[in-house]
Ligand binder design. Structure first.
Ligand SMILES: Nc1nc2c(c(=O)[nH]1)N[C@H]1C(S)=C(S)[C@@H](COP(=O)(O)O)O[C@H]1N2
Ligand SMILES: [Mo]
Length: 485
C-alpha cells in the first residue's frame, strides 16, 4: 500500500471515530465530547497572558479557532498513524487508543464530570482502531491496489464522519426552551432610558470560557442557594418568575477590555433583586463572598458586602425585554452593577454559595486576577473612528464615559497639545450606566490627535497612566489619530 493510501485510511478512521464520539456525547452529555472536552482542558490550562492575547486578537472567534487547531492536530496525528500503520500494525492500534485515552482523560478533567463521560471517546477510539485495521489490510497482498474503490470507501467514511461530527457539535434542539418563556412585567420598572443608550442583544459583547453555549432545559434547571445561611433554598425558573422583579439599565464591562476596546455594553436587565433574597435566608456572621457556579463549571466570587451595599445586584432573567439570549446566560445569570463581569456576573447560573475568601478562590482569582474588582472610571471616543479622513469644518466628536456606582461628573476632550475642553453630557438614567458625550470640534487641515478623559462624581479624574487589563482592569486616556483635509 502506498503512503497516501495509509494517510487517507488514517484520516477516514479518525473522522469516523471523532464523529461517533461526538454523536454519543450529544445524547449523553455534550461537554463530554472529545473535541469540547480537550478544548475546555486546553482553555483551563492556558496561561492568562495567552488567553488575553486570544481574546484581544480573535475576539469571539477564539473558540472556532481553538476547535480548528485541535481538529488539525488530530488530523495530523491520524495521517501519521495511517502512514506508519501500513507497516507497523502496532502503531495502527496504538494511535487511536492514545487519542481515545486523551479524549477520555480530558472529559474526566472537566468540572462536574461523570464516570460515564469516558464512554464517547473510548467507543470512538475503538471504532477508529477497527476501521483503520480493516482499511489497512483491505488490499490482499499481491493484488493490484484498486485506487478507486479504496478512495471511495475512505471518502465515504470521512464524509459521514464529518457530517455526524457537525451534527453532534450542534447539540440538541436549539433554544426551544427559551422560546417558551413569557417574561412578566417588572414590579419596579426603574428609570426611563434615553433613546440610543442601550446596546442591542445582537451587538452585545460576549466573553466566556464556554466552548459551546450551554443549552439548559428549563425542566431540568433549578438554582441552589446554600452555604453560610440560616437555611438553604432551591428555586425553579417558575419560582423566580413569581417573585417581584426589578428592571434596570446597567453597563457591563469586561476586565480584559483594553483602553478604547469593545468589550462593554449597556442593556436593560430584568431580574430578582439579590440582596433581599439573601437576607431572607439569614446570612451567617463571617460570610464574606458569594461564589456563583455555572452549569459548565465557571466559578465567580463577589463580596457579600458589595451585594448588600444597596446596588441593584440581581438574578437576571431578561435582557432588553427578551429572555436572556443563550450566549448571555439563559436561563439565569448574576448581574452585579459596578463590578467587572468576571467578578459579579456569572452566566448559566446553577448555584450560589456563601463562604469566606479563605475557603475558596474563584476561577479567575486563582489565576491571579483581583478578588475585588470595581469597574474603573473610563471613557472612549467612538466617533470619528481612529485614522478617519475628515473634511475641515465642524466635526462632532462623540463617545461614552462610565464610572458605575459613582456616576460621571464631567468629560473633557483635548485636541493635539491643546487645553482640555468640556464635552456636552447627554442625560443618563442612573450612575450604573455609561454616559454619552459629544463635542463640536472646528477641525483644521492636517494630522490631529483626539484624547478624552472623564471625571467621576467623587471628583477623581480618570487615571492617565497606562495599565494592562491584568490584574484589575486597564487604565489610560483613550487617544485616536485622524487626518483632516
Ligand atoms: N458561566 C460563565 N459566566 C461568565 C463568564 C464565563 O466565562 N462563564 N465570563 C464572565 C466575564 S469575564 C464577563 S466579562 C461576562 C460577559 O458577559 P456577556 O458575555 O453576557 O457579555 O460574563 C461573565 N460570566
Ligand atoms: Mo470579562
Amino acid at each position: 500500500m502506498r503512503a497516501w493510501a495509509g494517510v487517507a485510511a488514517g484520516l477516514a478512521a479518525a473522522s469516523l471515530g471523532v464523529a461517533v464520539a461526538e454523536l454519543l456525547a450529544a445524547v449523553t452529555r455534550p461537554a463530554a465530547g472529545p473535541l469540547i472536552a480537550v478544548g475546555g482542558a486546553v482553555i483551563d490550562a492556558t496561561p492568562t497572558a495567552v488567553k488575553e492575547f486570544a481574546v484581544r486578537e480573535l475576539g469571539t472567534n477564539d473558540k472556532p479557532f481553538l476547535l480548528g487547531v485541535i481538529g488539525l492536530v488530530v488530523a495530523a496525528l491520524a495521517a501519521v498513524t495511517g502512514a506508519v500503520g501500513r507497516r507497523r500494525r502496532l502503531v495502527a492500534v496504538a494511535g487511536p487508543a492514545l487519542l481515545g485515552l486523551a479524549g477520555a482523560g480530558a472529559a474526566l478533567s472537566r468540572p462536574a464530570f461523570q464516570p460515564y463521560d469516558v464512554v464517547p471517546s473510548l467507543t470512538g477510539a475503538a471504532l477508529a482502531g477497527v476501521v483503520l485495521w480493516l482499511l489497512l489490510r483491505s488490499r490482499p497482498s499481491g493484488v493490484r491496489v484498486d485506487r478507486r474503490v479504496f478512495l471511495q470507501a475512505a471518502a465515504l467514511v470521512a464524509a459521514s464522519g464529518g457530517a455526524v461530527a457537525l451534527r453532534g457539535l450542534a447539540g440538541g434542539a436549539p433554544g426551544r426552551a427559551r422560546e417558551s418563556v413569557r417574561l412578566p412585567a417588572a414590579a419596579d420598572p426603574g428609570p426611563p432610558v434615553p433613546a440610543g443608550l442601550l446596546t442591542s442583544n445582537k451587538d452585545f459583547y460576549r466573553v466566556d470560557t464556554a466552548l459551546t453555549v450551554p443549552r439548559i432545559d428549563l425542566g431540568d434547571w433549578s438554582l441552589r442557594v446554600h452555604g453560610m445561611l440560616g437555611r438553604e433554598l432551591r428555586v425553579t425558573f417558575e419560582d423566580l418568575l413569581a417573585m417581584p422583579l426589578i428592571e434596570r439599565p446597567v453597563t457591563m464591562n469586561c476586565v480584559s477590555n483594553e483602553v478604547g476596546g469593545p468589550y462593554m455594553g449597556t442593556a436593560k436587565w430584568l431580574g430578582v433583586p439579590l440582596a433581599p433574597l439573601l437576607r431572607s435566608l439569614g446570612i451567617r456572621a463571617g460570610a464574606e463572598q458569594v461564589v456563583a457556579r455555572s452549569v459548565e463549571g465557571m466559578t465567580i466570587g463577589t463580596p457579600v458586602a458589595t451585594l448588600l451595599d444597596g446596588r441593584d445586584a440581581m438574578l437576571a432573567i431578561g435582557m432588553n425585554g427578551e429572555p436572556l439570549p443563550l450566549e448571555h446566560g439563559f436561563p439565569v445569570r448574576m448581574l452585579t452593577p459596578g463590578v467587572y463581569g468576571y467578578a459579579g456576573s456569572c452566566k448559566w447560573l446553577s448555584s450560589l454559595e456563601l463562604t469566606t475568601f479563605d475557603q475558596f478562590d474563584p476561577y479567575w482569582v486563582s489565576r491571579g486576577w483581583a478578588a475585588q474588582a470595581p469597574v474603573k472610571t473610563g471613557s472612549r471616543v467612538d466617533r470619528p473612528r481612529p485614522f478617519a479622513r475628515l473634511d475641515a469644518g465642524v466635526v462632532t466628536v462623540a463617545g461614552v464615559a462610565w464610572a458605575q456606582r459613582r456616576g460621571i461628573e464631567a468629560v473633557e476632550v483635548r485636541i493635539d497639545d491643546g487645553e482640555w475642553a468640556p464635552a456636552e453630557l447627554l442625560p443618563a438614567p442612573s450612575v450604573d450606566t455609561w454616559v454619552q458625550w459629544r463635542y463640536s470640534w472646528r477641525a483644521t487641515a492636517g494630522p490631529h490627535s483626539i484624547a478624552v478623559r472623564a471625571t467621576d462624581r467623587t471628583g477623581a479624574v480618570q487615571a492617565q497612566e497606562r495599565a494592562t487589563p491584568f490584574p484589575s482592569g486597564a487604565t489610560g486616556w483613550h487617544t485616536i489619530s485622524v487626518t483632516v483635509s
